[in-house]
Write a protein that binds this ligand. Structure first.
Ligand code: THU
Length: 136
């Protein structure tokens, strides 16, 4: 497991708290923020963006990951996810995380910065379907 210092964790959680304030969640009122650090040291944030056509909504984690990937980054070492109550990433976000590595550390915290869980993608999605299955 990657080692994340307390200071690193705090910084990422604070960035996720900040990103969460920009969530567009008029329907669920459940704001989510994420902060993703790449192995190269860059940080990408995301917030959930809802839509009147509900399924069109995008989660905070995937906004951060897609932002990083679209900027040329694919190697991640940690993602912090912040909600009001320490909610855990949804199944779709777990699958997207798994695409880019099972060892990425996942920090789950609430809006006060209280850490509910420190795990990995593998911990959240054991037995994941990964790109390796498509290699021939
Ligand atoms: N949401 C996220 O942003 N990430 C998750 O992992 C779980 C759910 C958002 C989607 C929707 O805007 C709101 O939280 C309620 O489901």
């Amino acid at each position: 497991m990657n080692t994340i210092t307390r200071e690193d964790a705090k910084l990422l959680i604070n960035l996720a708290i900040e990103a969460r304030r920009r969530a567009y969640a008029p329907y669920s009122k459940y704001q989510v923020g994420a902060a993703l650090r790449t192995k190269s040291g860059r940080i990408f944030t995301g917030a959930n963006v809802e839509n009147a056509a509900y399924p069109t909504t995008m989660c905070a984690e995937r906004v951060a990951i897609f932002s990083a990937v679209s900027q040329g980054e694919r190697d991640f070492d940690v993602i912090a996810v912040v909600t009001a109550n320490g909610g855990s990433p949804c199944g779709s976000c777990r699958q997207v995380m798994a695409e880019f590595g099972l060892d990425t550390v996942v920090l789950i915290a609430d809006e006060t910065g209280k850490v509910f869980d420190e795990t990995t993608v593998n911990g959240l999605l054991p037995g994941a379907f990964t790109p390796a299955y498509l290699k021939r």
